[in-house]
Design a protein around this ligand. Structure first.
Ligand code: IPE
Ligand code: IPE
Ligand code: MG
Length: 244
């Protein structure tokens, strides 16, 4: 027997929707004596790799947490660097998403983002809107509480106008009024970097998600780490409150 143990194949039934909290860029850079922005750059490159890999193995929905509503608390320099990297990524995605069958969507509050960035987001969405392949959600200025608050406001407005009655409000209506409307909830949420929290990510959608926390920092999170996460997911027993 050789020293290289063959990895088990991926399970036949894959999660339909995987969401990733791309955390640990700053620590990755610090460990190497580099500025935090070097970690963000490496993290953005890793996102490209993981998107292509998930698409290749047949994941239908993927969501990446790129910038939270709380990340504005960071220094202006760091925020600018992240926004510049997102812009670079979107310029490239505008070409890439015309060649693939994947569809890109953005979740989060766009109203306070740089108009140039918003323009790119809209272009990438529109060039990929008719695609029928995997859906890639990019969370930019995303916060779960902000999302639910906006949904409440929206629904309250309809009540005020008289088009719906308060008794009509149910879980399906809330799901239909959030950014991920029409998409399945994440089956698996992965957070690398050794932090064990959601940090305001998909708090409505995560009600029955499986969680996979990994010590690896996001820039080092490889396709092998993803395979392992998927294999672990396939060994979980999801009960949704029932009995199995
Ligand atoms: C995640 O990495 C990227 C963003 C939140 C934008 P961090 O920048 O949070 O990295 P750490 O957690 O400081 O290592
Ligand atoms: C969560 O990471 C947000 C993103 C990865 C975009 P943070 O680094 O902002 O989360 P906290 O502050 O450790 O909870
Ligand atoms: Mg962090």
């Amino acid at each position: 027997m050789g020293i290289f143990k063959k990895e088990a194949p991926l399970p036949a039934e894959l999660p339909q929707h995987i969401a990733i909290i791309m955390d640990g860029n700053g620590r990755w850079a610090k460990k190497r004596g580099l500025p935090r922005t070097a970690g963000h750059k490496k993290g953005a490159n890793n996102m490209r790799t993981i998107i292509d890999y998930m698409n290749k193995i047949g994941i239908r929905y993927m969501t990446f947490y790129a910038f939270s509503t709380e990340n504005w608390k960071r220094s202006q320099d760091e925020v600018n660097a992240i926004m510049d990297l997102l812009k670079d990524y979107l310029e490239e995605a505008l070409e890439r998403f015309q060649e693939t069958d994947m569809r890109m969507r953005f979740i989060g509050d766009r109203s306070v983002l740089n108009p140039e960035l918003v323009d790119l987001m809209e272009k990438v969405e529109s060039v990929s809107a008719d695609h029928t392949g995997a859906v890639v959600n990019m969370a930019i200025n995303y916060g779960g509480r902000q999302e639910i608050t906006a949904a409440c406001r929206n629904i309250a407005q309809k009540v005020k106008e008289g088009s719906i009655h308060p008794d009509d409000i149910d879980e399906d209506m809330i799901s239909a009024n959030i950014f991920t409307a029409g998409q399945p909830d994440p089956d698996l949420i992965i957070r690398p970097s050794g932090e064990y929290r959601l940090s305001n990510f998909l708090i409505w959608q995560a009600a029955y998600s499986e969680f996979l926390f990994d010590e690896v920092l996001w820039p080092d999170f490889s396709t092998k780490d993803l395979d392992r996460a998927i294999r672990e997911y396939s060994n979980r027993q999801r009960r949704f409150g029932g009995v199995k």
